[in-house]
Design a protein around this ligand. Structure first.
Ligand code: A2R
Ligand code: GDD
Length: 308
């Protein structure tokens, strides 16, 4: 199988590439620098040259927090970019498989009412990011009906691990603790809402889920990529503090509090598990790997004078 990835230079893309190679599939990894998904003629050129059997579409403005500051950009890249990419792909390869990487955040306030979110429940997104991810998902599913093609849409729950940038909760906490541990920052950590609960899946397990979906001949429609149980943000902080083994003052940064923040997400992974996927990395192991990564990264940032 010839697989093309968009957003390959991002967090998931960098973890997915070696795993796809291990799978023995031919791969074209396009990053923001090599293919702008807003540029239809560039997309057309790349598709003509490579002729993929499948696309894994990761490229996005992926930060919920940033989407409040940049709603227009978020809508453009996440909705329009996805539609442009699919529209070109369906022309080039009507038999091809399109794997759209979406978000569990699309469930929005439904998460308040349901114990376990399943793919058939209604969506009620509450921020510009998740609205854009749902709009793209629905556009693609309806276009797939028209063209009678295969579009698989994930609703991926929170992922974390080495290589994720700041702007997501685990990396925001781990990066600050690493800086404190290395003596580059006073012993105080700035946090947002600690009362929320999210499902956290280690990034390699997320990548394995995408490979499972692509490998499965009959996969079609929407799939939760969920750990199966939620973890409190406060617990994440406590766990990282134990791993870092330092005493710090915890300060709430008002700027990190969001206009709307869903209290808890808990997803059912039954549909995906039926295809043989299950997460392998424990939270403790994943957080430890992430903290070690941030120790190395912060050291490098300070030595090169590249501190954010
Ligand atoms: O914005 P950059 O330069 O960091 O590049 C990001 C890239 N990207 C684009 N690529 C092509 N054309 C564009 N117009 C464009 N805009 C952004 O997508 C980045 O390299 C990549 C997304 O990677 P991350 O932000 O690290 O997201 P992550 O965690 O890998 O998530 C993958 C997917 C996304 O669709 C999320 O919405 C979903 O999983 O949860
Ligand atoms: N980012 C961040 N930084 N969030 C914090 C912080 C902080 O310092 N402190 C507390 N939080 C809280 C947020 O308010 C939210 O309740 C929770 O931690 C998780 O925030 P994020 O890591 O930013 O993730 P998200 O749930 O908003 O969105 C992520 O998950 C989606 C899947 O549900 C992103 O990875 C999306 O791309 C993804 O689709």
């Amino acid at each position: 199988m010839r697989v093309m990835i968009t957003g390959a230079g991002g967090f998931v893309g960098r973890h997915l590439q070696p795993l796809l190679k291990k799978q023995g599939w031919d791969m074209l990894a396009t990053g923001h620098d090599t293919l702008d998904i807003m540029d239809s003629s560039a997309i057309r050129r790349v598709l003509k040259d490579y002729e993929p059997d499948a696309i894994i579409h990761l490229a996005a403005q992926s930060k919920v927090g940033a989407s409040w500051e940049q709603p227009e950009h978020t809508a453009e890249v996440n909705i329009l970019g996805s539609v442009k990419l699919y529209a070109e792909f369906v022309q080039q390869n009507p038999q091809g498989k399109f794997l759209y990487i979406g978000s569990s955040d699309v469930y929005g306030i439904t998460a308040k009412k349901e114990n376990k979110l399943t793919e058939d429940m209604p969506c009620a997104p509450q921020n510009p990011y998740s609205i854009s991810k749902l709009a793209a998902e629905q556009m693609l599913l309806q276009m797939a009906r028209k063209y009678k093609t295969k579009v698989i849409c994930t609703r991926s729950f929170n992922h974390y691990g080495p290589g994720q940038n700041r702007g997501f909760v685990v990396s925001d906490f781990a990066s600050q603790l690493a800086e404190i541990k290395l003596g580059y920052r006073e012993p105080a950590i700035y946090v947002g809402n600690l009362t929320a609960k999210r499902e956290f899946i280690y990034v390699d397990d997320v990548a394995e889920a995408y490979i499972t979906l692509l490998a499965e001949k009959n996969a079609d429609g929407i799939y939760n990529v969920a750990a199966g149980s939620p973890t409190g943000i406060e617990f994440i902080l406590k766990s990282l503090l134990e791993i870092a083994s330092i005493d710090v003052e915890i300060r709430v940064d008002e700027k990190k509090l969001r206009p709307v923040d869903i209290k808890a997400f808990c997803g059912s992974n039954v549909k995906l598990s039926c295809l043989g996927w299950k997460p392998k990395t424990s939270l403790q192991e994943g957080l430890r790997k992430t903290f070690d990564y941030w120790l190395r990264r912060c050291q490098g940032e300070h030595e090169s004078g590249n501190c954010p």
